[in-house]
Structure formats: structure tokens, C-alpha cells
Ligand binder design. Structure first.
Ligand code: FES
Ligand code: FES
Length: 157
């Protein structure tokens, strides 16, 4: 077991973990933060996306032990976040989800994109979101939702 101290959604967590435990399993099984979903477990589908030190990361291929001293944020940490609220509204308006399995990962990646990369056009959005796979929607609604967010932000800016 390895002792770790990290911040999860603003709370300090001090514990010990098996050296091989993934961050995804740690969040879901130890902290009961089940909004982070697990799909492929191979770093391909993006369902498990969280923010690590403010940047999107795949929690299925990140070791919990490697998160000592890091800042982790999951979808549960965005309950009072105006940008995430706006992204959720657009996902709903544009029917950007069906079963919802991919959605928390989509929202986490979307928030990261809008925060760090202003002014993306549709081609950019499609490229940047290509690491998040959805088995249901055909992606059109997801792209429309993000285009709406970028359009609204450009009016504000
Ligand atoms: S479950 Fe992590 S990328 Fe698919
Ligand atoms: S809404 Fe079902 S996997 Fe994306």
C-alpha cells in the first residue's frame, strides 16, 4: 500500500492505496464518486475523464498512487459552476445525450476545452472531442451544444 494525500473536489483526502489501483476505481469504489464512468478501461473512450490539476485526464489509466499531491476534480465537483451549468443546458437543449453513459466524460472534456481553448470552430471541436466516444448520439447534438457555448462566449467576450 502507498500513502497518498490529494485534493478531490476541494476536499483533502489522506489515505493509502494499492500501487496498481486506478484513479477511476479509487474515485468510484473508495470515495463513492460514481459520476465518473468506466467504459473501455484502456484510455480510449473518454468515459472516465476527470480534471487533474485543471486539465482533462483519463482516470482509468492514471494510477491513484500517482495522484499524490495533485488536485482532482470530478463531475460531482461542478455542482455550482456557471460554465458547467451552461454546458449542461446546451447538452439538454441539443439532445446531446441518450443513455448518458458517456456524458460526464463529455462534460468534463467540454469544460476543459472551453476554459483553455477559446474560439474553436466546428472542425476544431470535432477534432478535440474525438477522444470521447458515444455509442448513441451520432455526435451532432454534442457538436451543436459546444458550438452554442462558443457562440455565447464570443458574444460575452
Ligand atoms: S474508461 Fe477510461 S478511457 Fe475508456
Ligand atoms: S449517450 Fe449513450 S454513450 Fe453517449
Amino acid at each position: 500500500m502507498i500513502a497518498i494525500s490529494l485534493t478531490v473536489n476541494g476536499e483533502t483526502v489522506e489515505t493509502s492505496v494499492d500501487a496498481r489501483m486506478s484513479l477511476a476505481d479509487f474515485l468510484r469504489e473508495r470515495l463513492h464518486l460514481t459520476g465518473t464512468h468506466i467504459g473501455c478501461e484502456h484510455g480510449v473512450c473518454g468515459a472516465c475523464t476527470v480534471h487533474l490539476d485543471g486539465v482533462s485526464a483519463r482516470s482509468c489509466i492514471t494510477l491513484a498512487a500517482a495522484c499524490d499531491g495533485r488536485d482532482v476534480k470530478t463531475i460531482e465537483g461542478f455542482e455550482a459552476d456557471p460554465l458547467m451549468d451552461a454546458i449542461r443546458v446546451e447538452f439538454s437543449r441539443e439532445h446531446a445525450l441518450q443513455c448518458g453513459y458517456c456524458t460526464s466524460g463529455m462534460l468534463m472534456t467540454s469544460h476543459d476545452l472551453v476554459t483553455r481553448f477559446p474560439g474553436l470552430d466546428e472542425a476544431d471541436i470535432r477534432r478535440e472531442m474525438s477522444g470521447n466516444i458515444c455509442r448513441c448520439t451520432g455526435y451532432q447534438g454534442i457538436v451543436r451544444a459546444l458550438r452554442n457555448i462558443y457562440a455565447a462566449n464570443s458574444k460575452v467576450g
